[in-house]
Design a protein. Structure first.
Length: 341
């Protein structure tokens, strides 16, 4: 059992399920020591707020939050309101996930000055939750003096996770955030690449070098049948591979061109066939519980402080949650001790 520098664990759901399905999954999750439950807020899916509020009464100890909201389709005033609702519903266990957002060009939404926009979004959300009365005057956002929230948030500030692969955003997060999340990656090399940028930002703000956690989250397929799990993971990774593959420092350019060509023809089967075992391990948690333990070990050694197991979790999500809770998390810490926190 590995207890030194044990990571926190999260589980993340896509926002495409019914209320009954979320409630059933929340009850399974709550039987195990998951630290965080997230819901994606991806373009064209349900808003994460609904599933989070449906699950909140059934989750007794985990943090809950969206992974992630973006300030280009949702104003900071609305972001503050959503996280305040989740915080009330969880008795103070909400967190706020923020990112610049992906695929927004498909609906004609431009994303200028993303680092400054995310910076000011964090500051304005905190300004609003604290019900400060002075004006907020930024380069991107303005908020009038005296325009305070007409309700009382449970907390004046909530933990903020910033999703990014970029060094400039990581430095900004080092100054302001509580955690950085690298979404769509299970590659230790990405942790090693961004960790110095995170620490640089923390030092610039006078914070300690470990003030900001680092989370990696990716497609997860865990099953007792290792080959079945990895085959399904390849198909799931194929859906978004072009979004993240170009960001990974170990991506082969010739391979990436093949993936882009197959994506242009919507040939997901060709993409899945072209995902080697080595590539799969960089972009997904896939295989038996033993395989996932091995992957988590390498990420923790690189400096990750939280692992987020993402959709679809497994051929049967509930069974997958049980495998994670009974065989992966206990490899790193005592379940009983964790629940006793």
């Amino acid at each position: 059992m590995r207890t030194e520098s044990a990571p926190r664990f999260g589980v993340a759901f896509q926002s495409n399920k019914t209320p009954a399905e979320y409630c059933a999954l929340a009850q399974v999750v709550d039987a195990y020591p998951f630290d965080v439950v997230s819901v994606y807020n991806d373009l064209l899916f349900q808003p994460a707020l609904g599933p989070l509020l449906w699950m909140a009464p059934l989750l007794s100890h985990a943090q809950l939050g969206p992974a992630a909201l973006n300030p280009y389709t949702l104003h900071p005033l609305e972001i503050a309101g959503q996280v305040a609702l989740i915080d009330h519903a969880t008795a103070g266990r909400a967190y706020l996930g923020l990112a610049r957002g992906a695929w927004l060009e498909r609906i004609g939404v431009v994303q200028p000055r993303p680092v400054q926009t995310l910076r000011e979004t964090i500051l304005l959300v905190r300004h609003l939750l604290a019900r400060r009365t002075e004006p907020f005057t930024g380069q991107i956002w303005r908020h009038a003096a005296g325009a305070t929230l007409q309700y009382a948030p449970l907390r004046a500030s909530v933990p903020v996770t910033v999703g990014t692969w970029g060094p400039a955003t990581a430095r900004m997060a080092g100054e302001l955030a509580d955690e950085v999340k690298i979404g769509g990656s299970a590659n230790p090399a990405v942790v090693s690449r961004l960790r110095p940028e995170l620490r640089l930002g923390s030092a610039r703000a006078g914070r300690t070098e470990d003030a900001v956690g680092m989370c990696l989250g990716a497609v997860t397929v865990v099953d007792v049948d290792r080959e079945r799990a990895r085959a399904l993971a390849r198909r799931e990774v194929a859906l978004y591979l072009t979004v993240v593959a170009e960001l990974d420092p170990q991506t082969d350019p010739a391979w990436l061109e093949r993936i882009r060509a197959a994506t242009a023809h919507n040939d997901l089967e060709a993409i899945a066939r072209d995902i080697s075992d080595e590539v799969l391990d960089r972009f997904a948690f896939a295989g038996s519980p033993h395989d996932l333990v091995r992957q988590v070990e390498s990420l923790v050694a690189a400096g990750a402080t939280r692992i987020e197991f993402g959709t679809p979790l497994g051929p049967d999500p509930a069974d997958a949650i049980r495998l994670l809770g009974e065989h992966v998390i206990p490899a790193f810490r005592s379940e009983r001790a964790d629940f006793a926190r």
